[in-house]
Design a binder for this molecule. Sequence first.
Ligand code: NAP
Length: 288
Amino acid sequence: MSELKAGFIGLGAMGWAMAGHLKRVGLLAGVANRSAAKTLAFAREFGVLGAADPGELAQHCNVIALCVSADADVLEVTRAIAGAAQPGTIVVDHSTASSKTAIEAQKIMRAAGGDFLDAPVSGGVEGAKNGKLSIMVGGDADALARVRPALEAYAGRIAHLGGIGAGQNTKAVNQTVIAGIMQGIGEGLALAEALGLDPAVLLPTLSGGAAQSWYLDKRGASAMRNEFNVGFKLALMHKDLGIAHDLAAAAGVVHDVLDKSRSDFAELMAQGHGDEDVSAVIRLKRRG
Ligand code: NAP
């Protein structure tokens, strides 16, 4: 591929910071987003093209990264890009979606003379801001080699897991593991509150031993302060766990943790907490 001209679609909690890193390394040509206000704000702040839609952005780029909400958004945006893209354009999808969607999106881009990589990320909004995301890629190795300089702008680690969909399958495993960690932290910290333990002493003590985890370090104190306004919307996690559940059910393996977590997040969404961080699961653990 000649010189990379990158576009970014989806300027939310993750995407805004990731697109900012592409600008920092000099690769960002423009951005787009569903709500125009974010596109305009980003374009003004960073001095890049703020495209009206994915099709307009595609006319100016040869690699377009996505970090949108869910499967339907990935397919909608990919179709719009394919309708306007120059041959050779590669779409790199950082959203968490299903491997089925990745396979479908690759077909769409290949029919347009381009390619598609599934490349979900882990590391949270902190990882996006400090450019240290772990990226799990599925798809063609040559396509990854071509876009790698763009991904390096916000990656701490880039792993090629296999063919198309392998990145999303890895992310489903990642979310299954995290669901269990969050259940444990929610119950443990609710118990600590009930026992009157001091968070200022408790949390560093737990983090200094075998209970240490990213979630405990980054979300333990805020959860005990009842602050859930930053991070990863639990409605998005509910969507991720649906993907993991379907994979686990099809594979015939146990999915008890996924079932419990999905029903907890559904309950919180029904109570109007869907936009809160996933650590809000502690709300359900306090009431017993
Ligand atoms: P978010 O804050 O809700 O941002 C999503 C962004 O995508 C919004 O700006 C939204 O536009 C835009 N968007 C959605 N659908 C679109 C479409 N069809 N066309 C154009 N733009 C569209 O979500 P996020 O936390 O950044 O997460 C984004 C993705 O990354 C999700 O798949 C999530 O599961 C995954 N993820 C999140 C985290 C995390 O810690 N937050 C970590 C790893 C992975 P509007 O302004 O119109 O809403």
